[in-house]
Structures are given as C-alpha cells and as structure tokens.
Design a protein around this ligand. Structure first.
Ligand code: GRG
Length: 322
C-alpha cells in the first residue's frame, strides 16, 4: 500500500482502525519500488553511454549485448545507496556503479561458458557465447573486466585520488583469487560431490557471490570518505545480505520458472550441486536467509532515514522472485 492510498483510507475509518493505519504509515515511509526504478534509470543511462561501438566492432557489440541486457542492477544501486548514506552523491559513485555492473556482467558471461556452468540463457536472452561464439564471449568478458578499472580511474570526479585508489584495490581483491575467482574454483571442484559441508558451501558463496556485493556497498562508502565505524557497519551489512542473496538464489533455482529467472531453472539439481536447500530444505533456507537480512538491517538501525534505502534493499533480497 502506498502513502497516498493510506491517507485516503484514513478519512473513512473508525478510531481503532485509525491506529492500525497509522502504524501502517510508519512502515510505508519508504517506497522501494520507486527508489529502485529511479536508480535503475540513472544506471541504465550511464551504462548505455559507457561503451561506444568502434573498430573492431564485433567485440564492442558483444560487450554491449550482455551489459545492456537488463538485470536487476543490484550492485550499482547498492553502491549509489551506500555512497549517499555516507554523505556522498550519485555523481561521485556513478562510474564505480557502472564498473561494478561491467565486472558482474563479465562474471555472468564467463560463468555461462561451456567450460563452466554451460547455460544457453541469461537475462531472458541467449548467452553471449551462443550469439558470438566462445572465443568472442571470453574476450567480451576480458574486455569488460579491464574496462571497468579504466572507467573508474578516468570518469570518477570530485573524489580525492586516494579514495579512488582504495576503491580500485577493493574491487581488484573482490574479483581476484581472493574473491570471485577463488569462489568459482571451489564451486567447480565440488560439482557433483555429495559430501560438501555447510562451511565449504559458505566459503564458496561468500567468495563467488558475496565478495562483489560487499565491494558494491563498501566502494560506495569509500568514495564518500566514510569513517571506520560506518565502513565496518556497512561491511557487516553487506556480508550478511551477500550470503542471504545466494541462499535465495539457490531456493529460486528450485521454485521459480525459467521465464521468471531469465536463465535455465533447475540447473543446480541437474548438475548435482550441493546447495543450501539441498542441505536444509526450502523452508529452513528461507528462514536462515531472513535471519541474515535481520542482522544486516540491525547494523544500520542507528542511521535513521538515511539508511532506509539499504534497509529496504535488504528486505528485497528475501522477497525477490528473480
Ligand atoms: C574471469 C576474473 C574472472 C572472474 C570470473 C565465472 C566467475 C569467475 C565467477 C562466477 C561468479 C558468479 C556468476 C556468481 C553468481 C552470482 C549470482 C548469484 C548472479 C546472479 O546475480 P543477479 O541475480 O543477476 O543480480 P542479474 O541478472 O539480475 O544482474
């Protein structure tokens, strides 16, 4: 229910219902749907401008094909929200937000390759290698990864160079063997093995999925020059939503359709992967994800209205359907 609907309803209610509606208003002071769509428009426009097709056209077209294929744009939005919470502006964070989406898109292109997850669909369309071939898909990923770092260095304005340097270092660490790459290696190694324990699964997901989500939040705060206490709170918030995000991803792989996901559903079962739902069941997995989201939100409880976007995004992690 949005605030206007509640206000209209209030005119026709009894006193006890009135109190009920007032409580409702307190809960609905932040319109996440409007927030996400406003930020998505900003991110889409910046991404659209970020890559121009020049000679040799094929590689730029392949990079644009996957980068501009939609997606929730969660990582850039987390970066913008974190920067604003920390006292910065959208303009300060937009180049890093775009770079995060370039890196995320690179990881999806590579993850979909026959040598890895071998998927034909992503974001509701054919995967990059299905359209451009494996060789160009690998290079499109490489191109996006390298360009992401150039983009931050060249396009970030109004931020002290030292803070930009910290962002570059944080992102590098999130993508390297200390992050995405390390998580993916372990994931591949354990495919088809049935004796994977929760600790190993957690390690895989913290690195493969959590590292970039954490970097998205932390980089936004670094750009704004956040102090150590705020950085620590945001790091912990991001760590918790990162793991919750992957737990729900595993649940959706079972409960959602290919159309809803925009990629092939049921892949984990097919690949005989140990996942949170395979260890805990669907209900317990959702419960564990909710506990992590609650912990994440508690980290930001002291920051008042400034934290509303990140708090609402945490709730969205468990409520999402794709
Ligand atoms: C080559 C340096 C280098 C790294 C690549 C392939 C790889 C190493 C890592 C795989 C990382 C990966 C694909 C993790 C899964 C993360 C995940 C849950 C993706 C889905 O994210 P969403 O739901 O997707 O945000 P959209 O499409 O909405 O952006």
């Amino acid at each position: 229910m949005n605030t206007k609907v509640i206000e209209r309803s209030l005119e026709n209610t009894q006193p006890d219902q009135h109190q009920e509606f007032e409580r409702e208003i307190e809960k609905v002071t932040f319109d996440l749907k409007a927030y996400l769509s406003e930020k998505r428009v900003q991110v889409e426009a910046a991404l659209e401008e970020s890559i121009t097709v020049v000679y040799p056209e094929k590689i730029y077209e392949a990079m644009r094909y996957s980068l501009l294929a939609g997606g929730k744009r969660l990582r850039p939005i987390l970066c913008l929200a974190s920067c604003e919470l920390s006292g910065g502006t959208v303009e300060m964070a937009l180049p890093t937000a775009c770079a995060l989406e370039m890196i995320h898109t690179m990881s999806l292109i590579h993850d979909d390759l026959p040598a890895m997850d071998n998927d034909d669909y992503r974001r509701g369309r054919l995967t990059n290698h299905k359209v451009y071939g494996e060789d160009i898909a690998i290079l499109a990923g490489d191109g996006l990864l390298a360009y992401a770092f150039e983009f931050i260095a060249e396009k970030t304005k109004e931020v002290p160079a030292e803070q930009v340097l910290r962002v570059v270092a944080k992102l590098g660490r999130a993508v390297a063997a200390t992050g995405l790459v390390g998580g993916q290696v372990l994931d591949l190694e354990h495919e088809g093995q049935q004796n994977v324990d929760v600790e190993t699964l957690k390690f895989i997901h913290i690195h493969k999925t959590g590292a970039l989500l954490e970097a998205s939040v932390v980089c936004g705060a670094l750009l704004a020059g956040a102090n150590q206490e705020l950085l620590q709170r945001l790091r912990s918030y991001a760590h918790n939503i990162g793991l919750a995000f992957q737990i729900i991803d595993d649940v959706l792989d079972i409960t959602a359709t290919t159309e809803e996901l925009g990629k092939t559903a049921g892949k984990d079962l097919q690949a005989q992967k140990v996942t949170y739902p395979s260890l805990w069941g669907i209900e317990e997995s959702r419960h564990q994800a909710q506990k992590l989201v609650d912990l994440a939100k508690a980290e930001l409880a002291d920051f008042g209205n400034r934290a509303l976007p990140l708090i609402a995004i945490a709730d969205y992690i468990t409520a999402r359907t794709n």
